[in-house]
Design a protein around this ligand. Sequence first.
Ligand code: DGT
Ligand code: CA
Ligand code: CA
Length: 573
Amino acid sequence: MPVHNRDIAEQFSRLADLLEVEGANPFRVRAYRNAARTVGSHSRGMAEMLEQGEDLTRLPGIGQDLAGKIRQIVDTGHLPLLDKVAQRTPPALSELMHIEGLGPKRMKALYEALEIRSLADLKQAVDRQQVRELAGFGAKTEAKIGRGIERLAGSAARTKLMHAEQIAAPLVAWLKDSEGVKAVEVAGSFRRRQETVGDLDILVTASRSSDVMERFVRYDEVAEAVSQGKTRSTVRLRSGLQVDLRVVPEVAYGAALYYFTGSKDHNVAVRKLALKRQLKINEYGVFKGDERVAGRTEKAVFDSVGLPFIPPELRENRGEIEAASMGRLPVLVELDDIRGDLHCHTNATDGHHSLEQMARAAQELGYEYLAISDHSRHVSVAHGLDSRRLEAQIAAIDRLNEKLGGLVLLKSAEVDILEDGSLDLPDAVLTQLDFTVCAVHYKFDLSRKRQTERVLRAMDNPHFNILAHPTGRLINEREPYDIDLEQIMQAAMARGCFLELNAHPDRLDLNDAHCKLARDIGLKLAVSTDAHSTSDLEFMRYGIGQARRGWLQADDVLNTRSLNALKKLLRRS
Ligand code: DGT
Ligand code: CA
Ligand code: CA
């Protein structure tokens, strides 16, 4: 079975976790974590690279030792060092230490004092109120861990969109290779670009003699065939994700695609509309009595009920049907509208690539500008920038801009918003930047009132421009902090500040409803990747998916502007 980059990354990050719980040398832990990130986000498969005799030590942060370990995993599926460590320290601790309120030190304490080695152990200890008794825990922490356990149990079932894409792409290619297949498309929440998906719904149209169903259940990654029929089968993949496959005739393809794209609420509302016209819509077509009046394309389905085509991202029954019937659908922003990225990191702080490497990657995407926004010092990343180092970076950007053709690097910084609402770098250096990206990175548990005031106060600083990842949530991992976003958005409007839609697939922060709120208020958003490596710049498409779900048009997005127009918008008067 082929070993995917994800599998390799997972083994390295589990190893890093376990070593961290054991209290190993932090540099060693970080090396494995970086390796996990490098491999996990690399666009080409390690297995394929090794097969072609390529030198893995050319990847950032991968030396001889790590390259050797990658080879071990590719060759055997196992990392012997991980197996060895897992004999000393229960592997489940790797997952548990990521529960909010825990972390390696507390995990170690729980393991040693209460012999916690599984989620069930931990839950029991919380239920029996044993955790609060330990030094450094307390009732509040115990309650937080309890909520973390619930979230872990509830969220494990939903897969992040990026992961779903990585799983779907090779499967779709495999199905397309079947005899007689005409079209393959992933519908459902995946097509609506929801941030997480429950399962994949794949639609195929093929000649009657096609072997696509057999090929589907024979796919290498299938762990279990849940059900198998002539036109519909369900499997569970090794990753745990379920996939529904339906084979439909060409005359019904549009109707099926429409039906299985959903959402269910949207479908129900449109079906009601159809009933008023004495039409019946189902996955086989649109019917007047027994006659099929539409079904071959989605557009024909919409036509039959007198609606223009509604993009999948809008199909949530949140007003899109009304807007469509009044001819007021937004013209949604597209990836092609994006002219630059306003938030990324280099290896001056916690990024993996140099200024120049990031610039070249942005050039390859055809961007006009890329803002470099390395961390200020407060945040707990290695080597956060102080004034002196930021000034050195500013000078380096000036030099690089001289020789870059077509792309302008913008000078920025991701400045911490301190607990009292002040910014983590002095005005004297902030004034030398083109703009700032400001963020809350700690003290997540302030009250709603205090958290809101903290950010409002930060915005009072005339050097504040864009609020990064405004709620701080990490999908499936960390709850948003409590903050009055509407008030923040209104204040941003009044002060000439902006909010970010962070496109990182683990964040997607703002969410879709927040984006819609910003649009209703009239506040423009920056859609930014927060790239920590050159390949992360590709995360833009997830941000665009979320922006579209939030009804945003090109005009609502800052970085669809030309450099001049952007600079004008960012200037606070
Ligand atoms: P998920 O998988 O939880 O992320 O969300 P979806 O939207 O992909 O939902 P799923 O996989 O249960 O079903 C795929 C689509 O099939 C759904 O978006 C709409 C359609 N569908 C499923 N069940 C029903 C139903 O009972 N009535 C109608 N009208 N449509 C349904
Ligand atoms: Ca689904
Ligand atoms: Ca499904």
